[in-house]
Design a protein around this ligand. Structure first.
Ligand SMILES: [Zn+2]
Length: 194
């Protein structure tokens, strides 16, 4: 489990920022891990802001909601640049569903971290075809800390890193029902994709 190297007590102007990435397939607990870290930062009396792309309207407008229903209030934004305007003087910036932003999120994350903020991004590292899902790979490269979380393969019960799409749609992003996807290990994913 990820343990914060330091909670950086002190004024944000005096402190070093950092970028943390939480990645994995669907059902891997990325959002739960993001919420866990943000809640711990709050307990440390740090000012926390949470953003998500407004494209993700699956659940409640204002909440980062994970599949196990633990939730935390968040601000939906249209563009990564909006996060710069809205994060103000907060100490910790949480960003959920980071894969739905464009490459601008990389620049935004660097600026925030260089301002002394702790930036925690959660997102899918691969799309349903098993291909790297930008901007996640680039964010992982520039991050100080990367945590890959795993789901459980719904076929065989092994650890799963792939998101298998049950429907025939070829769109990169099919939002909505978690019923459209299942987690798969490498072998079960390979078997069904060929
Ligand atoms: Zn499997």
């Amino acid at each position: 489990m990820f343990v914060e190297p330091s909670l950086h007590i002190g004024k944000s102007s005096e402190r070093k920022g950092q970028i943390e990435v939480i990645c994995g397939s669907m059902f891997s607990g990325k959002t739960e891990e993001l919420i866990r870290r943000l809640n711990r930062a709050r307990i440390a009396r740090l000012k926390v802001e949470i953003f998500k792309p407004s494209v993700d309207k699956r659940y409640h407008e204002q909440d980062v909601v994970s599949h196990n229903e633990t939730s935390i209030r968040s601000t939906p934004v249209n563009f990564a640049g909006d996060i710069l305007l809205l994060s103000g003087d907060c100490d910790v910036v949480g960003i959920d569903e980071a894969q739905f932003f464009d490459q601008e999120l990389v620049r935004v994350s660097q600026i925030l971290a260089n301002q002394g903020k702790r930036v925690i991004l959660a997102g899918l590292d691969m799309d349903f075809e098993g291909k790297p899902f930008e901007p996640m790979p680039t964010l992982m490269a520039i991050a100080e800390y990367v945590t890959k979380v795993h789901a459980i393969c719904m076929k065989c019960g092994d650890l799963a890193a792939f998101s298998y799409r049950l429907s025939a749609s070829k769109e990169k992003v099919v939002l909505g029902e978690k019923d459209s996807y299942e987690a798969r290990c490498r072998n079960c994913y390979k078997e069904e994709r060929t």
